[in-house]
Design a protein around this ligand. Sequence first.
Ligand SMILES: Nc1ncnc2c1ncn2[C@@H]1O[C@H](COP(=O)(O)OP(=O)(O)OP(=O)(O)O)[C@@H](O)[C@H]1O
Ligand SMILES: [Mg+2]
Length: 260
Amino acid sequence: METDADQMYITVNGVSFAYGSAPILKDVNLSLDKSEVLGIIGPNGSGKTTLIKCINRILTPQQGEIAIDGEDALKMSLPQISKKISYVPQNAVRDVSSPMVYEVVMMGRRPHTSWKSTEQDEEIVWKAMVDMGVEDLATKPFDRLSSGQTQRVLLARAIAQEAEIFLLDEPTSNLDIRYQLEVMGLIRRLVREKGVGVCAIVHDIDLAMKYCDKLVMLDEGRITYAGTAEEVITVENIKETYGVDIAIDHNYGRPHVVVL
Ligand SMILES: Nc1ncnc2c1ncn2[C@@H]1O[C@H](COP(=O)(O)OP(=O)(O)OP(=O)(O)O)[C@@H](O)[C@H]1O
Ligand SMILES: [Mg+2]
């Protein structure tokens, strides 16, 4: 899994970021390659969203370097970045003002198409909607969906974008348990079949343990633990970071987090 940092698709090196004079990220290092799922966990307000916004160039770090596919991300244009990175924001419900679900998913094709969408774009969009189970919503107004439907439509848009890296800010937060598992399963399938790399902020530490190849724990803007799920999610680390007692249950084929 870990290879030479130079060969990783995304490398974040010594990144620090402040909103005004309030330091948020402090000397953050991480790397992500294609075909792997990196989970970011950590308490509310620890800087997780800020970190993926820095990777995506929505925010510009005051210190450190970010490389995407060997290029200095700070010198790349936003259209260049959106060919390589799909981003699904947290609380995205009102960031799109497009009338129909189908058109919202079609927006994922924008980095690739000129004014008019082609038959191929339509095919890609339709397939992405089927993948996320939102094809029945195609002609519904986007702003009248439930939060879970909204999340699935935005994931379909990200799939239609055909980027190599997905940055997902709490992709399962509004989903019922069935769609939580389906979405995480779909993410694993994209990784396996298309070789994409995924960096996802995941609050549910059991989901993180089940679906992520590697994890980083962010606490007050610093990465406190990094490694495999079993290295990062330990009884001691969770107690220290969240002040919560858990146990790790090994009875059902894989380690499970049990909240005590
Ligand atoms: N635009 C902003 N201006 C000033 N401070 C901000 C801004 N956005 C976030 N912050 C602050 O930065 C810190 C980190 O916020 P961030 O959204 O990155 O946390 P998070 O780890 O994603 O939290 P959550 O789990 O609640 O989503 C918080 O203290 C937050 O109040
Ligand atoms: Mg957040």
